[in-house]
Design a protein around this ligand. Structure first.
Ligand code: G1P
Length: 271
């Protein structure tokens, strides 16, 4: 059973400057609430019972936002008629119970962020969300968990992207099973068009095995001196660990760039 999810949140958010010079990008409102709350809702609806947020000293506002029950308590004491306040209060209280925080103060890559959760993961597999990637209209985590049960394997979300855009993504080398799943033979981080083995991209939902921690512990830094999760996944595939790709049916919104962020508000407001 997959009951725990981790979310790396220590990134600097430079693609969303100037907003991110004062506010973590994951708290920027998308149609009235932080992008991160959409991800929490997806996880909760897929049966996740505990979330581990990997933040940094520079992004403590995230903890403040989700642990701010005393703030609501105080104002509700003065005004206990406001229904919206009460609703927000009960939501925050629920979140506080299921979110834990760990710290990654030096941004050394997604693999390094994952490693910070090593002592908290209890079961054989866990889910990881990348907070820039919102998926609406269909619960991607839920369908990935179904595939995980069917194949008893790791699962990564995927989407077909335009050939000219492959160098923005992790790209799969794959063997197609059917319309919504494939066997992952390899994954290459941001390849050139010439070196891309397909145009199926990695999207930020991963069901990973606990054994990835051991791989990450011994992994040397890769591109830009960072510890990449993609490199650890490659090592596991070489060691014959089974990874399935899931071509999800929901709508993907890229909130990691200014253009995508603006568009995500428009798309969500239409729901
Ligand atoms: C990360 C991953 C990449 C993946 C992408 C999905 O890249 O490294 O493999 O395709 O997320 O959003 P980033 O967006 O951090 O550059």
């Amino acid at each position: 059973m997959i009951k725990q999810a981790i979310i790396p949140l220590a990134g600097l958010g430079t693609r969303l400057l100037p907003l991110t010079s004062v506010l973590p990008k994951e708290l920027l409102p998308i149609n009235g609430k932080p992008g991160l709350e959409y991800i929490l809702e997806e996880g909760i609806n897929a049966g996740i019972k505990e979330f581990i947020f990997i933040i940094s000293n520079k992004k403590k506002e995230i903890k403040k936002y989700f642990y701010n029950d005393s703030f609501y308590k105080k104002i509700i004491k003065k005004n206990n008629k406001d229904k919206r306040l009460k609703l927000e209060f009960s939501k925050i209280r629920k979140y506080k119970k299921i979110i834990k925080f760990v710290y990654q103060n030096v941004p050394r890559g997604t693999g390094d962020a994952v490693l910070k959760c090593k002592n908290y993961i209890k079961s054989e597999y866990f889910l990881m969300f990348l907070p820039d990637d919102l998926i609406i209209k269909n619960n991607c985590s839920q369908s990935m968990i179904k595939l995980h049960k069917k194949y008893k394997s790791s699962v990564i979300a995927s989407k077909k992207v335009k050939k000219k855009d492959v160098s923005r993504w992790g790209i799969f080398n794959l063997k197609k099973y059917n319309k919504n799943s494939f066997l992952i033979k390899d994954v290459i981080e941001k390849p050139s068009l010439k070196n891309a083995p397909s145009n199926y991209a990695v999207i930020g939902r991963y069901i990973l095995p606990k054994k990835i921690f051991k791989i990450l512990q011994n992994q040397k830094p890769g591109q830009n001196g960072e510890i990449h999760i993609t490199d650890a996944i490659k090592t596991l595939i070489d060691k014959k660990e089974k990874f399935i790709g899931h071509v999800f049916s929901g709508k993907y919104l890229d909130c990691g760039t200014m253009k995508g962020y603006i568009n995500s508000s428009i798309e969500i407001s239409k729901l």
